[in-house]
Design a protein around this ligand. Structure first.
Ligand code: AQP
Length: 297
């Protein structure tokens, strides 16, 4: 039973997570941690989006167990099924039905601009599934089906939410009567916290991702103490001391990523973290970051 206090708010959140492998620090800091903070104040709907997962090949029994594991992980992270709706996407057939209607609204030119498809399809574009190409249309259906007003996500999903707004506005113009021109409200992305795009621990130009072949590129939410110690020790940095300002930090991508992760967990601004550590080498900082990660994870 959802707390009735929540129903008084006119804001409504929808966000999803794919049941594909282990969740990592990026999923946590970019999405789940913010969901936990928002669920008490705003009507919240969170989905384990298995229809999105099958846009790339999946082993059916593995997908089923991953769906259970990801649900358990978000509940363990603080999502309370008494405060928020948590459900499996494929159990609500209307997601696929609305996605088809939106396929007939969305333009090919809009989808051609989506950077995530370009990254995921890579050189094998001709062999990518139509599902992978149309992924953002299904995402628009997920959000608009519930007339969600806000979508808390990591920075990587911003472009997909802009597309959902274009689809909503086009649908309203094409089909809604004059007195219903706002039939679908235009959803706003909520990109919150200090670590909105957590980068790989091995390469500061790449997003931390479940599908990176190197496990040393990410901290999984299931990693044990030893894994965390090893991964932070091996995390790429540079030979210079920690700088004084965010401007100096901005050209040192791997260093900036570690500072942002620290800031994200401690809920401090990166500048406050720099004030604490500037002039020191990374050894001391990594030791403290490791302790924070072990405690929180
Ligand atoms: N590196 C990240 N930094 C910040 N936020 C992130 N998110 C994902 N990676 C980062 C956010 O986590 C939520 C759920 O993501 P998802 O599981 O639906 O899909 P994804 O973005 O495709 O995640 P991965 O890890 O990158 O999966 P693979 O490797 O399979 O492609 C979203 O809100 C997302 O922004």
């Amino acid at each position: 039973m959802i707390n009735s206090r929540l129903k008084q708010s006119n804001k409504r959140i929808f966000s999803g997570i794919q049941p594909t492998g282990n969740l990592h620090l990026g999923n946590y800091l970019g999405a789940i941690k913010n969901w936990v903070n928002l669920q008490g104040d705003i009507f919240s709907i969170f989905s384990i989006v298995d229809l999105h997962a099958i846009t790339v090949p999946q082993e059916p029994s593995q997908l089923k167990s991953s769906t259970h594991e990801v649900t358990a992980a978000i509940i363990a992270s603080g999502i309370d099924p008494k405060s928020a709706i948590v459900f499996n996407q494929s159990s609500v057939k209307e997601h696929a039905e609305l996605a088809w209607i939106f396929n007939c609204v969305c333009r090919i030119g809009w989808l051609n601009r989506m950077t995530q498809f370009k990254e995921k399809a890579g050189k094998n574009r001709e062999k990518a599934t139509v599902g992978l190409y149309g992924y953002p249309v299904l995402m628009a259906a997920d959000i608009l089906l519930y007339k969600a007003t806000h979508v808390p996500v990591g920075d990587d999903q911003k472009q997909h939410i802009e597309l959902a707004r274009d689809i909503a506005s086009s649908f309203n113009n094409m089909f809604a009567h004059d007195d219903q021109k706002d039939f679908f409200s235009l959803p706003e992305p909520q990109i919150l916290g200090q670590a909105t795009r957590v980068m790989s621990l091995r390469d500061g130009t790449k997003k931390m991702s479940k599908s990176d072949f190197s496990d040393f590129s990410r901290i999984n939410l299931t990693d044990n103490k030893d894994d965390i110690v090893k991964k932070i020790k091996k995390a790429k940095t540079d030979a210079f001391p920690i700088p004084e300002s965010e401007t100096e930090l901005s050209s040192r991508l791997e260093a900036q990523n570690l500072i942002n992760i620290y800031a994200g967990f401690e809920e401090k601004s990166p500048q406050v973290v720099l004030d604490e550590y500037s002039g020191k080498g990374f050894a001391d900082f990594k030791k403290d970051l490791t302790e924070i990660l072990i405690e929180k994870i």
